[in-house]
Design a protein around this ligand. Structure first.
Ligand code: PEP
Ligand code: MN
Length: 631
């Protein structure tokens, strides 16, 4: 049952209500909605809705129609994000768990861990208790294996995912493990589910070999009903009549699960296919289908692996897969972050120190693309602040009120955002990173709105430009400019006028709006690049890109002389743009992005040469362009 509380309900009233409900044998879950306060209640003996509505503070009682309650989206509309140390599963960054099927020995396990971390895995998998079909097959190293996993965590910082096969192992799991895996064969081992429900650690719940989605969610419900709501679902293939692959990967489960439950879902293409060559294609498909992450078996010597060798990727295959995912992820609004764990480590010691607070600032409202860029780059764990102009972002970072700022610099269709290029010149700040987002625009309106009846459309001018073709088909609409797309959506929501609509992404924080038409941008290959600015803080990861600004004297060949330096040193120019110098009409500054770390010791000579050939020279920073080449 969902109890919607009255707007003015006080904290004391809520606590009193919870007490009453608990004393009647209900389990009570408070759900922090943006606009509504809701209590989810679950129990064996429900009463009539009218009874609950008579309790003080309750406005409406709505029954949950599904047999699973705590896991259902009806009860909690916002997606759950499960935290494992610094890693967040279900957020904007893809989470890849990798490692061998089983822990077989110390040296090899550590070696695999170092490799998968380098290629972008953020959690490590490896079984110490293996539930094998044959009693004569390798059963796992037991506690010895767990000790090796603990060493992996200590050395690499990767959180540990490992399988628990019996409630008797609960203490060991508490001691050594970060995520407890419930294997497919144990999905309906209810005593085990209850036991992990009480363990208080995140649980990776695999789908049973022949379990329906409803049965799977009922198993998750067992865990939540014991008080543990940190459950990650894992589709790992189901048994069908098809024998070519080990199992049949039911990718439909991904969007179905996303609709039915707020819990995150990851996909295991290794056990689903059982064939090494089929793992990467299905992994790519899983991400395209909307999965929050993957769990993949990787082994340095799969031919000698004690279990699941034929489905384990070679390290090079895993590396290639991660590079592919890096490209695919932004298409579905996500990001692969190679420096995920390193960034978290950098942000940590800052808190409490005397440097700028470890906050990140952006211009716009929550739900805007700039907000999303912050989440994708820094994750939801880092405190974010917003302000109302790009200049303010620069000011706040410059005055050390925020450690980092995130601003857009260019769009693949509409070109550079000149204001920020000028601010980069004006302020003495450095570029510490970059992140690229796919910009998908939807026409958003109230659920009662009809496209044919619209009169006014709100959005940011850039968004109007990016949706030009669609807007030209509707010449009667008044286009009204707003600060950003998220505030445009907010405005329509507040006006409550079905003749109004907004163009924007319609991200989760603004609920209650309907997508009237999806993907109205003229060109779907619409990406915006954001840069991360900071006063001094560089971020981890190999720096493989640099930005500089310079001007040259007004003489023939002066620009050419500078470009020659790049050619002679085999440096690729990825962007070259000129901007007028404000005080000198018809003279220009050149903004150059280079595919190298120009600040590196062995490049000093190049930097000096450039300074000689230029009138004005400013180094904007070296940073990681995200891709993996130079690792
Ligand atoms: C495993 O992850 O190694 C495993 C045994 O998986 P499943 O339970 O999905 O077969
Ligand atoms: Mn396995």
């Amino acid at each position: 049952m969902i109890l919607v509380l009255g707007k003015g309900t006080t904290r004391e009233e809520i606590e009193r209500l919870k007490e009453i409900l608990r004393s009647e044998g209900h389990m009570v879950k408070e759900i922090g909605g943006v606009e509504e306060r809701v209590l989810g209640i679950v129990g064996k003996n429900y009463r009539e809705g009218a009874y609950y509505e008579s309790l003080p503070g309750v406005e409406k009682a709505v029954p949950v129609s599904k047999p699973y309650k705590l896991v259902s989206r009806e009860l909690q509309p916002a997606a759950s994000v499960i935290k494992v140390g610094d890693v967040a599963i279900g957020g904007d960054r893809l989470v890849v768990i990798a490692g061998p099927c089983g822990v077989e020995g110390r040296t090899a396990t550590l070696e695999i861990a170092r490799i998968v971390r380098r290629h972008g895995a953020v959690l490590f998998r490896g079984g110490a208790f293996k539930p094998r079909t044959s009693p004569y097959a390798f059963q796992g190293m037991g506690e010895e294996g767990l000790k090796i996993l603990r060493e992996v965590r200590e050395e690499t910082g990767l959180g540990i995912v490992t399988e628990m096969t019996s409630p008797g192992q609960a203490d060991l799991m508490m001691k050594y493990v970060d995520v407890v895996q419930i294997g497919a064969r144990n999905m309906q081992n209810f005593e085990l589910l209850k036991s992990v429900g009480r363990i208080g650690k995140p649980v990776l719940l695999k789908r049973g070999l022949s379990a329906t989605i409803e049965e799977w969610l009922m198993s998750a419900e067992y865990i939540l009903s014991e008080g543990n709501d940190q459950v990650i679902l894992c589709e790992r293939g189901i048994r069908t009549f098809e024998r070519y692959t080990r199992n049949t990967l039911d990718l439909t489960a991904v969007p179905v699960i996303k609709k039915l439950t707020h819990l995150p879902i990851i996909v295991d293409p290794s056990h689903a296919t059982g064939i090494r060559e089929k793992v990467s294609p299905m992994a790519r498909a899983a991400i395209a289908a909307g999965a929050d992450g993957l769990i993949i078996e990787v082994h340095t010597d799969p031919d000698k692996a004690l279990s699941d060798g034929p489905q384990s990727l070679y390290p090079e295959q895993f590396e290639q897969l991660m590079r592919d995912l890096y490209v695919i992820a932004p298409v579905v609004g996500k990001q692969v972050d190679y420096a995920y764990l390193d960034k978290a480590a950098v942000m940590k010691p800052r808190t409490g120190g005397n440097k700028a607070p470890a906050t990140v600032v952006y211009s716009g409202v929550p739900g805007s693309f700039s907000h999303k860029a912050c989440l994708q780059f820094f994750g939801s764990e880092v405190p974010l602040n917003n302000c109302s102009s790009f200049k303010e972002v620069f000011d706040l970072v410059d005055s050390e009120q925020a450690a980092f700022g995130v601003v857009p610099v260019e769009n693949s269709l509409t070109g550079s955002i000149h204001e920020n290029y000028d601010l980069l010149l004006e302020y003495d700040l450095k570029i510490a990173g970059e992140v690229t987002l796919r910009i998908k625009h939807n026409l958003m309106g109230l659920s009662s709105a009809r496209i044919e009846e619209l009169e006014r459309v709100y959005s940011h001018p850039q968004a109007f430009q990016q949706c030009r073709e669609y807007l030209e088909q509707n010449p009667g609409w008044d286009l009204i400019a707003c600060k950003d797309t998220a505030s445009a959506i907010q405005r329509v929501k507040e006006s409550g006028d079905p003749k109004e609509a907004a163009i924007g992404e319609g991200a989760e924080p603004i609920s209650g709006m309907a997508v009237l038409k999806e993907g109205i941008e003229t060109n779907p290959r619409n990406f915006t690049r954001f840069v991360v600015i900071s006063r001094n803080g560089s971020l981890p990861g190999p720096n493989n890109k640099s930005s500089i600004i310079y001007s040259v004297s007004d003489k023939p060949g002066a620009l050419f002389e500078t470009l020659r330096i790049f050619a002679a040193n085999d440096i690729n120019i990825v962007k070259l743009e000129s901007r007028p110098i404000h005080s000198r009409p018809w003279e220009y500054m050149f903004y150059v992005d280079l595919e190298t770390d120009i600040a590196e010791e062995h490049n000093k000579r190049i930097m000096n040469e450039l300074m000689e050939k230029t009138e004005f020279f400013k180094f904007l920073g070296s940073y990681n362009k995200g891709a993996q080449e130079n690792r």
